[in-house]
Design a protein around this ligand. Structure first.
Ligand SMILES: NC(=O)c1ccc[n+]([C@@H]2O[C@H](COP(=O)([O-])OP(=O)(O)OC[C@H]3O[C@@H](n4cnc5c(N)ncnc54)[C@H](O)[C@@H]3O)[C@@H](O)[C@H]2O)c1
Length: 294
């Protein structure tokens, strides 16, 4: 299916990045937020990224201007009527997502494919709430969407072959490595990565090694670009805990259960890089590992 206009909902961490990569691939993009301040913030982030790409010589000014020119911010669902593909990247809350689709489904033309960027909810729960469960896929980007090469293209029990193909063609035009995943909570990457990160915390709790020693070991011994605690701080401890809780709820297996240290750090507001403290303290020139003392 030929796509020319892409709708993105939510201009937060993920949505602004998805809008940018879609515009960079030549698509016209409409991007919605709940209010003007959030919309301006999201578009401001895109402008900053484009400015940086020009500064570093990775993009011509005229190309950056063309990319920016293809992105139209809006507060109005009516602007999605002629979209061929609509990707939601709004807050990770099923009820909010269902309310949004209820407004949008009747506006977007019947031939369009709808998609969710959810990390942890079942795609079918959103698909089944629309009038077109066959034309609904998961398109799971990774943070930052402008940089990370992977796109998980998620097929539910209702997704038709043409919509799945549309998801792959779209991802390939964005230059992403597209993998096919079934609609199982966590898809492929989080299914493997979340238990690994949780297990690193358990290894620490059991006294196998200190935070920086476990990180150093996984970098030098498994050739990972960063250790599990640096990764936890980057993803966000709050985000990791909420994904773990959802996966535990779904599978009821210990490997998905949030260890006590994680729960307590989240309760204390130690979310990782974004809050200035997680398993490392980010207030100085270099991150310093801190013993959570639990
Ligand atoms: N953060 C990650 O690393 C990551 C990675 C992959 C996927 N995701 C998924 O992407 C989605 C968004 O996550 P995020 O981290 O960007 O969240 P975020 O909180 O940074 O952004 C969400 C934005 O959606 C906006 N919003 C809420 N309702 C809206 C509506 N009806 N219309 C338009 N905008 C609306 C909010 O105002 C907010 O700015 C979630 O489903 C999440 O699971 C997140």
């Amino acid at each position: 299916m030929e796509i020319s206009k892409v709708g993105v909902l939510g201009a937060g961490l993920m949505g602004h990045g998805i809008a940018q990569v879609a515009a960079q691939a030549g698509y016209d993009v409409v991007l919605r937020e709940v209010d003007q301040a959030r919309l301006d913030k999201g578009i401001g982030r895109i402008e900053k990224q484009l400015g940086r790409a020009v500064e570093k010589g990775r993009m011509e000014q005229s190309d950056a201007d063309a990319v920016r020119g293809r992105i139209n911010g809006t507060l109005d669902y009516a602007d999605y009527a002629d979209c061929d593909l609509v990707i939601e990247a709004i807050t990770e809350n099923l009820q909010q997502k269902l309310d949004m689709w209820r407004e949008l489904d009747g506006i977007v033309n019947d031939g369009a494919v709808l998609a969710t960027n959810t990390s942890s909810l079942s795609v079918i729960d959103q698909a089944a709430a629309t009038r077109r469960p066959g034309r609904f896929v998961g398109l799971h980007f990774f943070n930052p969407a402008q940089v990370m090469p992977l796109l998980e293209v998620v097929q539910t029990v209702t997704t038709d072959e043409e919509s799945l193909k549309t998801g792959f063609e779209f991802g390939e035009r964005l230059g992403k490595t597209c993998v096919h995943a079934k609609d199982k909570t966590g898809f492929i990457v989080n299914r493997l990565l979340v238990p690994y990160m949780l297990d690193a915390i358990r290894a620490y709790e059991e006294g196998v090694g200190s935070i920086d020693q476990i990180d150093a070991a996984m970098k030098a011994g498994a050739n990972h670009p960063m250790g599990p605690f640096t990764l936890l701080d980057f993803v966000g401890l709050d985000t990791t805990k909420s994904i773990a809780d959802i996966m535990f709820d779904e599978y009821r297996e210990r490997r998905f259960a949030a260890p006590p240290t994680l729960r307590k750090m989240v309760a204390a507001g130690f979310y990782g890089q974004k809050s200035g403290r997680g398993f490392y303290d980010y207030s100085g020139d270099k991150p310093v590992a801190v013993d959570p003392g639990l």
